[in-house]
Write a protein that binds this ligand. Structure first.
Ligand SMILES: Nc1nc2c(c(=O)[nH]1)N=C([C@H](O)[C@H](O)COP(=O)(O)OP(=O)(O)OP(=O)(O)O)CN2
Ligand SMILES: [Zn+2]
Length: 149
């Protein structure tokens, strides 16, 4: 049986695009994960790799980022979170990274995929409490999965 419950714990709060915290009804038996994929192009170099390592040189990647949001399906809307709201929440963060030199961003002086994933998590998690996992691909064949601290 599907039970309707009023969410009253912080994990089920939604911060909408206007920064308002909403308390919502949800279908308590229907837990799911939604995801949204983004790409951004950025330049970087890795200052701590050994002399002669190719990644010491300035170069660029088209990064592929996927955000996974866990939650229960809202009774009225029939979704966990509007994909449009998800995109709007992530857009300023993607905007900071797109066509940037990552090394020049505070906290990204050594922009490995691992440290970039942590940085992205710390930017987005406060805005999206349901954030469960991120995947960040630096090349078609390599990347990281981060599930938070
Ligand atoms: N664990 C990590 N290893 C490497 C990272 C990283 O962030 N975390 N980063 C790099 C470099 O950024 C490099 O640009 C990517 O390296 P690589 O996979 O070797 O890229 P290529 O596409 O050039 O690979 P080829 O197989 O040589 O074409 C390195 N390592
Ligand atoms: Zn690189």
């Amino acid at each position: 049986m599907i039970k309707v419950t009023i969410a009253n714990d912080p994990g089920h709060m939604i911060i909408n695009k206007f920064g308002l915290t909403l308390q919502r009804y949800y279908l308590s038996n229907l837990f799911m994960i939604i995801y949204q994929h983004f790409t951004f192009d950025a330049a970087h170099f890795l200052p701590h790799v050994p002399e002669g390592h190719k990644c010491r040189n300035l170069h660029g990647h088209t990064y592929h980022l996927t955000l996974y949001i866990a939650g229960e399906i809202l009774e009225r809307e029939g979704w966990i979170l509007d994909f449009s709201d998800l995109k709007a929440i992530a857009a300023p963060v993607i905007g900071m990274l797109d066509h940037a030199l990552l090394n020049s961003i505070e906290g990204l002086e050594n922009p490995t995929a691992e440290l970039l994933a942590i940085w992205i998590w710390r930017q987005i998690k406060p805005l999206l409490p349901g954030l469960r996992k991120i995947e960040l691909k630096e090349t078609p064949a390599s990347g990281v999965i981060y599930e938070g601290e």
